[in-house]
Design a protein around this ligand. Sequence first.
Ligand SMILES: [Ca+2]
Ligand SMILES: [Ca+2]
Length: 163
Amino acid sequence: CVCISAGALLILAAIVALAVALGLRPWAPGWYHKTSNNRTGFLCDDRAACIPASQVCDRASNCRNGEDEQEMLCGDWPHSLPGYLVFRCSNSKYWIYADKRCNGMNDCGDCSDEMGTACPLCGSDWWSCSPVLYEYCSCIPRRLCRDGIQHCQDWSDEYVCTP
Ligand SMILES: [Ca+2]
Ligand SMILES: [Ca+2]
């Protein structure tokens, strides 16, 4: 009987410990922030620096006190990253840092990070065409125009576009 009680107590203690651990998991509100350019970033403890999502858990301290690399955020990477910092690709097996969305680059591999109304059309630094390389989606950087290498299916990068 004593043995069972001790076992039950241990289980109870484990449940309580788990609940406490899970209870501590939610992220403190106000830590995460939209940056001035409307990208989701990570607000450092000084409440002044807001670093891009992809600098969180990259093994380099970008906040003054290194809170972007703390165990609570990075201990179970990528699951421990808050949803604010993550974009799920169409293929739910893949994810990217939120700041890689709408940056012109095919980070998901299927361009799902570059689709939708959230993403602006090709900016002035980009040339609109169907790229031949997987790294781009619907535009290529203008610096690749007239560089002697085909980047657009229709060759417009070599014959129409100007850098
Ligand atoms: Ca970092
Ligand atoms: Ca992208």
